[in-house]
Design a protein around this ligand. Structure first.
Ligand SMILES: Nc1ncnc2c1ncn2[C@@H]1O[C@H](COP(=O)(O)OP(=O)(O)OP(=O)(O)O)[C@@H](O)[C@H]1O
Length: 420
């Protein structure tokens, strides 16, 4: 058991690292321990009952590199990249949380890897796989159902949590039962509530049933981490940052933190936003968001809230541009349509040998620094030179405005570019 990070949230800190430490789930454990060789599995069960925990344990016992994605923030391109990596490095265990959020075509992108064994998939879902997982994927996976954790299981997990806290809190039996009842069978919620409760009180005082009620009542916002409200709040959060409203963004950030959302999940979403919605309008956005994730991993909670608060307010206050996001999107569509038939022009090829030179490689290339840093030149394949496509259309926002002015000034005599 344990986490790399001393200050990691309690559920992470005491996550079981072997089947012997997993409480309950006897039927599933019995079945899982039979899988000596890697197999792809769909774990179906209520939130906080051990799905990601089990995936990690399997990864360890099969000695496979472990990659964790959430289907909400993952696309076909990520799966393709993983497949390419597995072709070079061998099998990879992909733990795909919320797999039911993948569309049919996204699920199809997993088939090749699962079929060849390059990707050993462990998909986690709270929804019945027969309805939400495509037939071809379903037929390639073992389906295992995790049961809701019973009262005794939850009490055992709670006492593990209590034992691991320093100083060890003093909680009455009634208070423990109440915490279990309010967890709704979700061990993560149970442990997060315990941690929140202990942090909100002076150490050494006895925690009674009435304290639990007061504490939980103060959490006015009903926030269901794996249900619809999780997606509604993260969506409202992202939209507020994108919409440059730091106050609304902080409001939704606070809602997520109060509700026990995984802070690392929030930090990862901010990294994507920094590139997708701010991009070159403020080039400080992406490095700050990445630094935020690293800082959070090092510092943990509750201080991690300060880091998330800073990253959120900065990104919300930055000028916005989705020009590079749109640019790579249209370049990818273009290459998909035209790419294979287009040749790299000789003037851009390297000429390391005399044969290359004889073929004309590098002939006509103009080294921009010989011309003061820039000289007009045709970089596209010859078939496109007459009418070169323009993918990047910088906005006038923030620093991108300067980029746009610069590009306009150097490319002004060249047809096909439009920076007006
Ligand atoms: N069966 C269990 N035995 C012991 N601890 C558990 C068990 N299930 C969950 N936990 C505790 O709860 C935490 C969260 O569990 P885990 O991430 O495995 O749940 P999950 O089923 O993947 O949830 P979700 O669907 O919400 O992602 C774990 O880190 C661990 O501390």
């Amino acid at each position: 058991m344990g986490s790399l990070f001393e200050r990691a949230p309690l559920p992470h800190k005491i996550r079981p690292s072997s089947f012997a430490q997993v409480i309950g789930q006897e039927k599933a454990k019995l079945q899982l321990q039979k899988y000596k060789e890697p197999v792809s599995i769909l774990l179906y069960g209520p939130p906080g009952t051990g799905k990601s925990t089990i995936a990690r344990i399997l990864g360890g016992s099969w000695k496979l590199p472990f990659v964790e994605y959430n289907a909400v923030t993952t696309g076909v391109a990520d799966i393709k990249k993983l497949l390419e990596r597995s072709e070079k490095e061998g099998s990879i265990l992909l733990f795909l949380d919320e797999i039911h959020r993948f569309s049919s075509s996204q699920q199809d992108s997993l088939l090749k890897g699962v079929e060849t064994g390059g990707i050993v998939l462990i998909g986690a879902t709270t929804e019945n796989p027969s309805f939400r997982i495509t037939r071809p994927l379903l037929s390639r996976c073992q389906v295992l159902k995790l049961e809701p954790l019973g009262e005794n299981d939850l009490l055992e997990i709670l006492s593990r949590g209590i034992e691991s806290l320093d100083p060890k809190p003093n909680i009455t039996k009634e208070a423990s039962s109440l915490l279990v009842r309010y967890s709704g069978g979700d061990a993560r919620k149970l442990l997060s509530n315990l941690e929140g409760l202990v942090l909100s009180r002076d150490s050494g005082t006895q925690i009674e049933a009435s304290d639990i009620e007061t504490f939980l009542e103060s959490r006015v916002i009903e926030y269901d981490q794996s249900g619809e409200s999780h997606y509604d709040v993260i969506s409202a959060f992202i939209k507020s940052v994108r919409g440059s409203d730091p106050d609304a963004a902080l409001f939704y950030l606070a809602m997520m933190l109060e509700g026990g959302e995984d802070p690392l999940f929030i930090a990862r979403r901010l990294i994507i936003l920094a590139s997708e919605d701010i991009g070159n309008a403020s080039v400080h956005g992406l490095p700050l968001a990445v630094a935020g994730l690293h800082a959070l991993e090092t510092i943990g909670m509750p201080e991690g809230r300060i880091i998330l608060g800073q990253v959120t307010t900065f990104l919300a206050s930055c000028p916005k541009s989705n020009a590079s996001y749109l640019g790579i999107g249209s370049a990818l569509s273009f290459v998909k349509e035209r790419g294979p038939s287009l040749k790299i022009p000789n003037r851009l090829r390297n000429a390391p040998t005399t044969t290359h030179k004889k073929e004309g490689a590098s002939q006509g290339y103009k080294y921009p620094h010989d011309f003061g840093g820039f000289t007009p030149f045709s970089y596209f394949p010859d078939d496109l030179s007459d009418n070169p496509p323009q993918f990047y259309r910088p906005t006038k926002n923030g620093m991108e405005g300067k980029i746009r002015e610069h590009l306009a000034s150097i490319w002004k005599k060249i047809s096909g570019k439009n920076y007006e």
